[in-house]
Design a protein around this ligand. Structure first.
Ligand code: CP
Length: 307
């Protein structure tokens, strides 16, 4: 049966570990596995802008022996002139996987429903699961393990990154703390999924307004932009709402001395994070960006060989 990766819990915790182990091996031997030899093509569809996702998937598909086919949705028939279902029915006859960055989660779900090849969510309004594989790989590289560590996500608790952090980290047996204003709560399905995984692994899931409570003793500190793609008109209100949620060097003092700082990028220095944190000694953001490549290659190998 074809496997898709639309949200973090579309794989099991054991499969998550398997993909991360494979990513470590593939990072050490970047051209050793060629599941896309032919070359077979992978459709990379973008409804939103991107630097890391576009480059890491393009390079990753090529490294796997394949041909990356970038489709800017505004230049295709998808959406305005042709349904998602019909697009899936055409693409799956010519490509070996479909990677889609779009707005509604229901878009990738509909594509997957009608596709006979794996569909990968490369960011929706609700989840960014490929980013979490890269982030977990980075944590493992820097701190040597995942289970038992504590991650503090500070900022927009209703964002795709917050939802993915809750689910993916709980799956990995990490304690997850989300510090966010009350009006920016995560998806209930993400929170309930995280709590189920946390119960099984005896880890903790905390959602709080209090940044200091979340940051104290944390091994990993994470934030993301307060203004996600499509929210540009809300900038003024959001900047006011997230006052006090900037990750500063004073706040980093509350974390474990060996804590790492992560940000999926692009970053807005002076808003969600101060320059002396993201450009400082705790920051692992450039490794994190590179790890998109290795994690996604492992994910594609897993999905292509599981189908
Ligand atoms: N982190 C991330 O998804 O980066 P891009 O928006 O540049 O793809």
């Amino acid at each position: 049966m074809v496997r898709h990766f639309l949200r973090d819990d579309d794989i099991t915790p054991a499969e998550q570990q398997r993909i991360l182990d494979l990513a470590i091996a593939m990072k050490a031997d970047p051209y050793g596995l060629k599941p896309l030899a032919g070359p077979q093509s992978v459709a990379l569809i973008f409804d939103k802008t991107s630097t890391r996702t576009r480059v890491s998937f393009s390079v990753g598909v090529a490294d796997l022996g394949g041909n990356p086919l970038i489709i800017q949705s505004g230049e295709s028939q998808l959406g305005a002139k042709e349904s998602i279902a019909d697009t899936a029915r055409v693409l799956d006859r010519m490509v070996s996987a479909i990677v889609w960055r779009t707005f509604a989660q229901s878009n990738v779900e509909e594509m997957a429903e009608h596709s006979r090849v794996p569909v990968i969510n490369s960011l929706t309004d609700d989840f960014h699961p490929c980013q979490l594989l890269a982030d977990l790989l980075t944590v493992h590289e820097r701190l040597g393990r995942l289970a038992g560590l504590t991650v503090a996500f500070v900022g927009d608790g209703s964002s795709n990154m917050a939802n993915s952090y809750l689910v993916a980290c709980a799956m990995a047996g990490m304690n997850v703390r989300l510090a966010t204003p009350t009006k920016y709560q995560p998806l209930s399905s993400a929170l309930s999924s995280a709590r189920e995984f946390a119960t099984k692994s005896q880890s903790e899931v905390m959602v709080t307004e209090n940044v200091r409570d979340a940051m104290t003793g944390a091994d990993v500190v994470v934030t993301d932009t307060w203004i996600s793609m499509g929210q540009e008109s809300e900038k003024e209100a959001r900047v006011a709402d997230f006052s006090g949620y900037t990750v500063t060097s004073d706040l980093m003092e509350l974390a474990d001395p060996a804590a790492i700082f992560l940000h999926c990028l692009p970053a807005y220095r002076g808003y969600e994070v101060d320059a002396d944190v993201i450009d400082g000694p705790h920051s692992a953001v450039w490794d994190e960006a590179e790890n998109r490549l290795h994690a996604q290659k492992a994910l594609m190998h897993f999905l292509l060989t599981s189908a």
